[in-house]
Structures are given as structure tokens and as C-alpha cells.
Write a protein that binds this ligand. Structure first.
Ligand code: ADP
Ligand code: MG
Length: 377
């Protein structure tokens, strides 16, 4: 149902993605209730109402049913059952089943393989017996816990069966996938929004550089040829269709020579889409709000080229704990500073990001200049 401004929307998850959702909803005059067990959550701080409960707390879910018209999520690890429960009474986008599939690497990769969407070689590991099936071709590989991994957590690089068995024991024999390590030429991502009418709008393909398994830099548009752009965009759209998806979805891809593989799917806006806040007519969060309230989607195109660089807690901690020199960012005319209002910087914790916007075409010099600014913070 189309929801007019002033209605109350609900967001499951209170991280930085949820914070930007709240801001985008406020821009259009909606109110937002955030559910997050963390009393200091970045989205909870800016929400109209912060429900400080676990994601499966019945009272909190009932409160959402009584007071909100529609609900979305910013976090794939919320229990899909909570979405099912809410969906009996109010509008839920994306659907619980899509979240259920993509929140578990076994279901996610099996879904991709069954739908003939290119995915790298992988094996499902539920028990030690599953190691009997594995071919040597899968090494060097990466063992990944099926659920609750993020930012490279719950992953271990392994060179042979013995290494994989050891890693499986370290993960307490929790269900895993073993993936072949792919020779990466580039990593790119596609963020799309699909409306209730089935209309799909995609943001320009972003090129992503990871450091220690965590996104470090996004360059948009990606420096890849037209055909690759078309292929990854078409694959992302196909995934959205197969999942019956409404809302914002991100798909991460590996590019290796002429081959393209889907790495993973996120049922929400994505860190690699932060550039859309400063460089696109409608950001990924604007689209998330529009899709949720079943209104027309915005224009996802870029009005500026952009480079986004993440600021992790490391910036505060190195060489020793200090307040970073924010002036060096704020004095740069084309650079925007974003901080998520998190109280405690910790190594590898995402605290904020910077986005450089320009009419010029992007070069490696731009990236280097920004990396130098970050180093001197
Ligand atoms: P997360 O959920 O933490 O984002 P990913 O599975 O996306 O986990 O892995 C994080 C990063 O690790 C990827 O973006 C990529 O750089 C690297 N990586 C993961 N899987 C592979 C693989 N099979 N081959 C090569 N690199 C990989
Ligand atoms: Mg990833």
C-alpha cells in the first residue's frame, strides 16, 4: 500500500545503514521506529522512537505492528521469522524468504547455482564426512561460516584438506562453505532498487578495493568495459526477480579475466553504495524509503564521479589513541566527511567515511591523494 508522509516506518537494525535510512525517511516527512538491542546504536540516536530490544522480542515486534505501517531491514542477520511475524500484519520489504536465503551462505550459494547464476566453485560443509567429497581443485580455498560473518570475520584461508579440517574445528563445526580462492582482477558491486510494480533502477556499477577482507575504497563509476557493466547489472536484476525482491539489494561480484562470479548478496543498502549519498540524484537510502512506502523510485544516476574511503577505528588508534585531524578533510573543497556517531572507536570498526566528488574523470592520483589525507588524520 502507498504510504503518505508522516506515517511511521520501522527499521530492524540500528547501524549506520539504518541511520541513513532514518535520515532519508525524514527528508520525505516520514517517522521511523528503530529496533536494535544496542542502546547507543547509530540509527537509534536519530530515530523518532528507539525500541531497545532483541530482534525476536515479541513485545517489541507487537509494538511495531501497533505503531508502524511498514518495516524494512538494514542487517541480514535479523531472524527471518521476525519478518514473517510482522508480515502477517504490516507491509514488509524485502520479503522474509529473500532474507532467509541470503543470510546463510549455504542457502545463498545453492540458490545461485540452482538458478544458473555464475558462482565460484564451492562445497557445503555440514560435518566432517563432507570433506570426503572435496576435490583438490578447491584449493587454495577459503572456509567461511555459513551465518553471521561480516567484514571478513568467520573466514579462514586454507591450502589443503588438513587446513580446512583444522579451520572447521576452530569454527566449532558450525555449518560452512568451502570456496575456491578466485584470482581477482577486480571486485565490483551493483546496487538496485525494485519497486512494488516490478520497476528496477540500478545505481552505476561501483569498483571496490578491500583491505584485510574489509571494504576500503569504492570508485564510481567502475573502470570496467561496457559489456562487463551490462553483464553484472543484468545478473543483479535476475537475482532480484528470482527472489521476488522489493527494496534495495546489493550484489558483490568477482571479476577474474573474462569470468564474472557472484560473491554475495546483501538484502539491504551496502557500504559500497555510500557514494550514492553525495554523487547520485537519489541515494540508495532514498530508494530504500521509496520502495518501502511503495512510491515511485528516484533517479539512481550519478551527477558526479566519486571515490569513497572508509574510516575504521584504526584511524583513531594509530599511532596512539587520538582525535583525528578533521580539518584536513573539511578544508578540501570536494570532500565530504561522514561520521556515524559511534562512541567507541575500535580497530576494524566502521566509524565513518569520506566521499570525494568531482566532474573530472577519476584517476589513480585521486585515490592516492585521498589515501594520503587519511594516513595523516
Ligand atoms: P563479508 O561478508 O565479510 O563481506 P566476503 O565473502 O564478501 O565476506 O569476503 C570478503 C572479501 O574477501 C571479498 O570481498 C574478497 O576480497 C575476499 N574473498 C572472499 N571470498 C573470496 C574468494 N572465494 N576468492 C577470492 N577472494 C575472496
Ligand atoms: Mg562481502
Amino acid at each position: 500500500m502507498k504510504l503518505v508522509p508522516k506515517k511511521m516506518l520501522a527499521m530492524l537494525g540500528g547501524g549506520q545503514l539504518g541511520r541513513y535510512f532514518v535520515m532519508a525517511a525524514h527528508k520525505l516527512g516520514y517517522k521511523v521506529t528503530v529496533l536494535d538491542p544496542d542502546p547507543e546504536s547509530p540509527a537509534g540516536r536519530v530515530a523518532d522512537i528507539h525500541l531497545n530490544y532483541a530482534y525476536d522480542n515479541k513485545e517489541a515486534l507487537d509494538k511495531i505492528i501497533q505503531t508502524c505501517e511498514a518495516v524494512s531491514t538494514e542487517f541480514e542477520n535479523i531472524p527471518a521469522e521476525s519478518l514473517d511475524y510482522l508480515n502477517k500484519k504490516i507491509q514488509v520489504h524485502p520479503n522474509a524468504n529473500a532474507v532467509r536465503i541470503v543470510q546463510n551462505r549455504i542457502r545463498e550459494k545453492t540458490f545461485l547455482r540452482e538458478n544458473a547464476i555464475p558462482v565460484g566453485l564451492f562445497y557445503v560443509i555440514q560435518s566432517i564426512e563432507d570433506f570426503n567429497e572435496i576435490s583438490q581443485e578447491c584449493f587454495p580455498g577459503i572456509l567461511k561460516i555459513a551465518e553471521f560473518g561480516y567484514d571478513g570475520k568467520g573466514q579462514k584461508r586454507v591450502n589443503d584438506i588438513e587446513g580446512a579440517l583444522k579451520a572447521f574445528a576452530e569454527f566449532n563445526h558450525k555449518p560452512c562453505v568451502l570456496e575456491k580462492q578466485i584470482q581477482l582482477d577486480k571486485e565490483v558491486s551493483v546496487i538496485l532498487a525494485r519497486s512494488v510494480n516490478g520497476e528496477i533502477k540500478t545505481h552505476p556499477v561501483a569498483e571496490n578495493i578491500h583491505v584485510n577482507g574489509i571494504l576500503d575504497t569504492t570508485i564510481a563509476p567502475a573502470n570496467i568495459d561496457y559489456l562487463t557493466k551490462k553483464n553484472v547489472t543484468d545478473l543483479a536484476k535476475m537475482i532480484a526477480l528470482k527472489l521476488n525482491y522489493i527494496g534495495v539489494m546489493a550484489v558483490e561480484f568477482f571479476i577474474s579475466g573474462k569470468q564474472i562470479f557472484v560473491n554475495e548478496i546483501a538484502p539491504r543498502p551496502h557500504n559500497s553504495g555510500h557514494y550514492t549519498i553525495d554523487a547520485c540524484y537519489s541515494s540508495q537510502f532514498d530508494q530504500q524509503v521509496r520502495a518501502l512506502v511503495e512510491m515511485p523510485l528516484g533517479n539512481p544516476d550519478q551527477h558526479s564521479n566519486a571515490i569513497m574511503i572508509n574510516l575504521l577505528g584504526d584511524v583513531w588508534e594509530e599511532p596512539k589513541l587520538h582525535e583525528p585531524n578533521w580539518e584536513s578533510i573539511l578544508e578540501e573543497p570536494n570532500l565530504n566527511l561522514h561520521l556515524y556517531g559511534k562512541e567507541h572507536p575500535r580497530k576494524a570498526r566502521k566509524m565513518g567515511h569520506i566521499t570525494f566528488v568531482t566532474d573530472e574523470s577519476l584517476s589513480h592520483d585521486h585515490v592516492e591523494h585521498l589515501q594520503n589525507i587519511k594516513k595523516r588524520l
